[in-house]
Design a protein around this ligand. Structure first.
Ligand code: FE2
Ligand code: FE2
Length: 278
């Protein structure tokens, strides 16, 4: 089975982020995948998010298409009273309409391979060592004039640690529900499951904001189940492919395209799509 991963298309951030989409679709087609995984952060507005999902749908790809939303996708900005929980539900409906399987709703099984997924969130377990910020300061998501934009736009019904715990529990339940039916499990999250994948720089405010990268428990769930062989994620905008104990951790983001890549958009799209066989 050939699997392809990409994340963080951010089609609403720069014209290049929008322009790369057809090239990504071509790259997915050329790779002749069995399963294509899109690990979140497509766009903050539902209009652009559905446009992008639709573009993949219209390409009539032969592969299965799986999706987990990212933090930008669940930003509740359409109306003053919409919540992030409601946006998650709307996104799942959009996925079904566009031929994507929303992993947040239920796991997906193909040929004895189980795919389990969640957006994940953060509980400040990735807060950097060497500083003495309190949880209350992390909850403010603001330091030295810089703001983590989830503060403005993510509208959950509870605190960050509670939301992180909710998604961790959902992932844990998915893993438990498929484990006896499959030979291996691939976990997909948007937020980062391993601290080893976080780059600290020894400077502020950068290190402070690493607290919002993900949670340790996400990774522990992967490591506790022997059948989990891959953890796929996004969010960091730093491409990664690391062995962590008995599993492979992969992040394949597009990120913010402020300048045209020197290799051109077509080749860049092919380079960013990470493909692997199992
Ligand atoms: Fe992102
Ligand atoms: Fe993100």
């Amino acid at each position: 089975m050939k699997i392809g991963l990409i994340s963080d298309l951010h089609t609403d951030v720069t014209p290049l982020n929008r322009a790369i989409v057809p090239h990504l679709i071509d790259a997915v087609k050329a790779a002749q995948l069995d399963v294509f995984v899109l690990a979140g952060d497509l766009a903050r507005h539902l209009v652009q998010l559905s446009e992008t999902l639709n573009a993949f749908q219209l390409a009539d790809l032969a592969c299965e298409k799986l999706f987990v939303p990212g933090n930008h996708d669940i930003w509740a900005i359409e109306t003053p009273d919409v919540t992030s929980e409601q946006k998650c539900e709307i996104i799942s409906t959009l996925c079904y309409e566009c031929g994507f399987h929303p992993l947040t709703e239920q796991p997906f099984i193909k040929e004895q391979i189980g795919f389990c997924g969640t957006i994940g969130w953060y509980d400040y377990s990735f807060a950097p060592d060497g500083y003495d910020f309190s949880d209350a300061q992390y909850a403010e998501k603001e330091l030295m004039g810089a703001v983590w934009n989830d503060k403005r736009y993510a509208k959950w019904s509870d605190t960050d640690p509670v939301i992180a715990g909710r998604f961790e529990a959902e992932l844990n339940a998915q893993v438990a529900s498929v484990r006896d039916e499959v030979s291996r499990i691939i976990v997909v999250t948007h937020h980062v499951p391993f601290q080893e994948c976080i780059q600290y720089r020894g400077e502020l405010p950068w290190d402070f904001f690493r607290a919002f990268m993900g949670s340790k428990r996400l990774g522990d769930i992967c490591l506790e189940e022997q059948r989990v062989t891959h953890a796929l994620f996004g969010h960091t905008h730093q491409a990664l492919d690391m062995q962590i104990r008995n599993l492979r951790a992969i992040c394949a983001p597009v990120g913010y395209l402020q300048e045209k890549p020197t290799v051109g958009l077509r080749d860049y799209a092919t380079q960013r799509l990470v493909c692997f066989e199992i």
